[in-house]
Design a protein around this ligand. Structure first.
Ligand code: AMP
Length: 190
């Protein structure tokens, strides 16, 4: 079993690379952003509450995303493993994830991070916003707010895995195939 955390700021290419990694390693892809957008689409109370925060580029509360991930881990723990995308986004989420994994007698194999600078991120997200239909991809101030949330609350999560000897970073600028090759090399070395 291999359980990966794909890490990086918004717009780093986590979604694109997760799809390719999921195919190659036969993993269950868990994106908290996608799960939250599913709740919004279904009009659930959780979705309505989360939308307010997402529309401001802020993180939703830890317990909300941890609860969603908990049920998905339980439902899929007999598979080949997981790729977590956009989660954990705070140190509290990372600690909770370790707890959920060990409750199910499994563990995180490692975190692989995609490095991309802020100007490139903003450019990419605005471009994605032309077709993604995501309102949070269409406003530059909102995008900068998401990157700020990432820098203050999410970036420290890298140290959490580094302290466990489970962290690798690679450059996230270049062709999709080139980045995928480097990611796979990092994953295989974990
Ligand atoms: P994403 O699709 O990963 O860019 O996430 C879109 C938005 O969903 C973020 O800006 C947050 O508001 C929210 N979100 C997604 N994942 C998390 C998480 N793990 N913790 C808190 N908020 C999240």
């Amino acid at each position: 079993m291999i359980n990966l955390v794909l890490f990086g700021p918004p717009g780093a290419g986590k979604g694109t690379q997760s799809d390719m990694i999921k195919e190659k390693y036969n993993l269950v892809h868990l994106s908290t952003g996608d799960l939250l957008r599913g709740e919004i689409k279904a009009g659930t109370p959780l979705g309505i509450k989360a939308k307010e925060l997402m529309d401001q580029g802020q993180l939703v509360p830890d317990e909300v995303v941890i609860g969603m991930i908990d049920s998905k881990i339980k439902a899929n723990k007999e598979g080949n493993g997981f790729i977590f995308d956009g989660f954990p986004r705070t140190v509290a989420q990372a600690e909770a994830l370790d707890g959920l994994m060990s409750e199910n007698d499994i563990a995180i194999s490692g975190m692989v991070a995609l490095d991309v600078d802020e100007e490139e991120l903003t450019k990419r997200i605005l471009k994605r916003g032309e077709t993604s239909g995501r309102t949070d991809d269409q406003n530059e101030d909102l995008i900068r707010n998401r990157v700020k949330e990432y820098n203050t609350k999410t970036a420290p999560v890298a140290n959490f895995y580094e302290a466990q000897g489970k962290y690798k970073a690679i450059g996230g600028v270049g062709s999709i195939e080139e980045i995928f090759t480097n990611l796979c090399a990092a994953i295989d070395s974990l």
